[in-house]
Design a protein around this ligand. Sequence first.
Ligand code: NI
Length: 179
Amino acid sequence: MTVREILKMGDARLLRQAQKVPAFDTDALHLLVLDLYDTMRAANGAGLAAPQIGVDLQVVVFGSDERNPRYPDRPLVPRTVLVNPVITPLGEDMESDWEGCLSVPGLRGQVPRYARIRYTGWDAFGEPIDRTVDGFHARVVQHECDHLWGKLYPMRMRDFTQFGFTEVLFPGIAAEEDD
Ligand code: NI
């Protein structure tokens, strides 16, 4: 239950292929999940992956059970702990939209993502998760799971004219939340 330091782009630990979690429902895994949530909330993030706090394991957290008043139109993504995930794109359709990242502070970029995916994995107790999602939910899952494969969103970008500082791209809107 600790707010941990978030590693920033340039740190080689963000480029590793994370290891699979070997056992569920352990004290170590539950403590890691608490740290991820505390750190994500303290930074006003939409999600966080274990490698971002220097932990080399396939664990991500994302979503919220409450709607963010700053983003009233954004679809609600359920609060989720996802361990050892597998993502399967459903179809070839890609959509571009703005993303930010707590490991790339102050910047936003247009990132193409699969429009519709199925994702599977487990929660921290070992209960299976199997969801088919699209849109913003699909984007958040792809962004967070990319951290487990050593990918940061700029590595997925194709158009670098659509990359810049949040305060310049969206004047008047503080960079209050990042993915
Ligand atoms: Ni990120």
